[in-house]
Design a protein around this ligand. Structure first.
Ligand code: OXD
Ligand code: MN
Length: 590
């Protein structure tokens, strides 16, 4: 095939020779071509066309029951040397990986069409943006990529004769779980994903490129790819401040990014503007501040639990031009349903596995939607999408927030003393397993910067890169840690969360402006109870005081856990972080 870029031509020709598709189709991004693909997917049963009056442009897709989530155990960083991937990644020697994968891809597309998807992560032509070419034998992938990224001829035009693009080869092959591999080759800007058809494994622009490959690129090129939402907080005076926040999967990033302010705040004029819900690419601007873009163009959100109360903006985003995956098919009106959408499950439905689902199955506790069922919705649908969403220069960050699910240890919010302390706070991020019973504490999994499954290189180098970015940015954002999940001794959540999280963001922004108080503790700056605006909230100062306590005994135990986690990195751990841990311990022992 002919392309302006000789690199694209070579990649397509070699992949055709390997996978032997019957046909090759280049995705030009036109509505006519996408409409024809939707029709074809409906004709073959790959997608179900939903009620076009209630859900215009919406479709339902089911993956195989063995293929419903990201597969961390089968995700590899493939480099020349193991040290480049580091102690927290699965590693394969890259030549061995290529040889093994080639056997699996051989003839995998026989009888099928190979689609060539040119896509841009970030607005086409933005100085932040990067181009990828994904080859796939799945129409579902093409249609999802058309929502999640900017695709088509305009991307090829932007690439021109350049060979600077990320190669992604995806084949669903036989969807054989035993031969499923999600391999990143950061040294070669290459991704190979085979035997899966589930979003997180196959929409190669998302986790594989925008986090694993991009984090490696950023390390070499002096920028950062992070697992962060980006939001703009508009204050009553009309000024908007930007926050990027990292939380592990399933800790509410989409909800925070689309937060609806509590009534008292809304009345005063506070608003939230969503820039992104999952990924941020961050660079140092000419003025020495950090600027962030969301490289994606849509939301790949978890459906269960999304409802008019928890996240009306996310729900509104799914009402048109959306692809639903593994949710329940409501046959009463040919729409969709999932657990937590409302209290009226359909009486006549098909569950995510394609089985009849009605009152009997519900009484037996069979789930209608898979717990990881998803919606792929265009960002443009989001009622609170930021006007800066397409800004090619990104938005300036005032604060970076880390957070996890901790029943006891972490207070509702605290502020790092300075950048390096903030990097330490991110590096010790942890989340506990849920549903802590009375007094019990869940199992802690360390998930530094929420990047454990997504960092494309040695995490010790990644920490060092964070430290270095702090020296490059003269006007660094302040760094904070939040914990919406603190519980009392009976295991009840102490903080209402959702829209009320704005009260914490408000303190954070006032801290960046120097207009809010705090006390210095062993772990950093913590607000006094009176510093959080509780207007309109049924909560006493004693309640908030409890949320803000720092239990030295628990923190000393945590310091032990951090020590064990850090031991993985041996001598490679940056001295700055070792010093911060020593300082934490000495503060706690004072
Ligand atoms: C995730 C996701 O798993 O965003 O983090 O899908
Ligand atoms: Mn994510």
């Amino acid at each position: 095939m002919q392309f302006l870029s000789k690199g694209v031509e070579k990649f397509v020709d070699e992949s055709v020779e390997l996978c032997q598709p019957d046909k090759v189709v280049v995705i030009d991004g036109s509505e006519a071509q996408l409409a024809a693909l939707r029709e074809e997917a409906v004709a073959t049963g790959e997608m179900i066309k939903l009620n076009q009056e209630l859900l215009p442009g919406c479709y339902l897709h089911r993956t195989l029951p063995n293929d419903v989530a990201r597969v961390e155990g089968r995700t590899f960083i493939c480099t020349e040397k193991k040290e480049t991937a580091g102690p927290t990644n699965n590693w394969m020697q890259k030549d061995e990986a290529y040889a093994m994968l080639k056997e699996i891809y051989k003839g995998a597309m026989k009888g099928r069409t190979m689609y060539v998807i040119p896509y841009s992560m970030g607005a086409v032509g933005s100085p932040f943006s990067k181009i990828g070419i994904e080859l796939t034998d799945s129409i579902y992938v093409v249609l999802n990529m058309a929502i999640m990224t900017r695709i088509g001829q305009r991307v090829l035009d932007q690439l021109g004769t350049s060979d600077d693009f990320v190669r992604g080869l995806h084949s669903k092959a036989e969807v054989d779980a035993d031969k499923r591999y999600i391999c990143q080759f950061p040294e070669d800007n290459t991704i190979m994903s085979v035997n899966s058809a589930y979003g997180g494994n196959v929409l190669l622009g998302k986790k594989c490129f925008a986090l694993r490959i991009a984090s490696y690129q950023g390390w070499h090129e002096g920028w950062m790819a992070e697992h962060m939402l980006i939001l703009g907080l508009e204050k009553p005076n009309g000024e908007t401040k930007y926050i990027a926040a990292a939380f592990p999967s399933a800790c509410g990033k989409t909800n925070l990014a689309m937060l609806i302010p509590p009534e008292e705040f809304a009345k005063k004029g506070y608003k939230i503007h969503t820039v992104g819900d999952d990924i941020a690419w961050i660079r140092v601007g000419a003025d020495g501040r950090l600027y962030a873009i969301n490289p994606e163009n849509g939301f790949f959100g978890v459906a269960p639990g999304t409802n008019n109360k928890s996240n009306p903006n996310a729900l509104a985003s799914t009402r048109k031009n959306t692809i639903f995956t593994n949710v329940c098919h409501n046959l009463e009106n040919n729409t969709v349903w999932w657990e937590g959408l409302d209290k009226n499950p359909p009486k006549n439905a098909i569950d995510w596995q394609g089985n009849p689902w009605g009152e009997k199955e519900q009484a037996e506790g069979v789930k209608g939607a898979h717990p990881n069922s998803r919606f792929t919705a265009p960002a443009i649908n989001c009622p609170c999408l930021s006007s800066e969403f397409e800004n090619p220069q990104g938005v300036p960050l005032d604060a970076i927030v880390f957070g996890g699910r901790r029943a006891k240890t972490a207070p509702l919010v605290y502020e790092a003393r300075d950048w390096n302390h903030g990097v330490f706070v991110g590096s010790i991020m942890a989340s506990e397993t849920t549903a802590a019973a009375s007094g019990a504490v869940g199992v802690v999994r360390r998930d530094p910067m929420a990047m454990l499954p997504f960092c494309g290189y040695n995490m010790a180098e990644y920490f060092a890169h964070w430290v270095e970015m702090g020296t490059k940015a003269e006007k660094r954002p302040k760094i904070f840690n939040v914990n919406w999940f603190r519980t009392d001794d009976e295991g009840h959540f102490l903080w209402p969360g959702f829209g009320d999280n704005l009260r914490v963001l408000d303190w954070i922004i006032r801290r960046t402006e120097g207009t809010a108080e705090a006390v210095e503790t062993a772990i950093g700056y913590v607000p006094n109870p009176a510093d959080i605006n509780l207007e309109g909230l049924d909560m006493t100062e004693a309640d908030i005081a409890e949320l803000l306590t720092v239990d030295k005994e628990l923190w000393l135990q945590d310091a032990q856990g951090i020590e064990e986690f850090y031991a993985k990195f041996g001598e490679q751990l940056p001295k700055e972080l070792r010093d911060e841990l020593d300082r934490l311990k000495s503060n706690l022992n004072k």
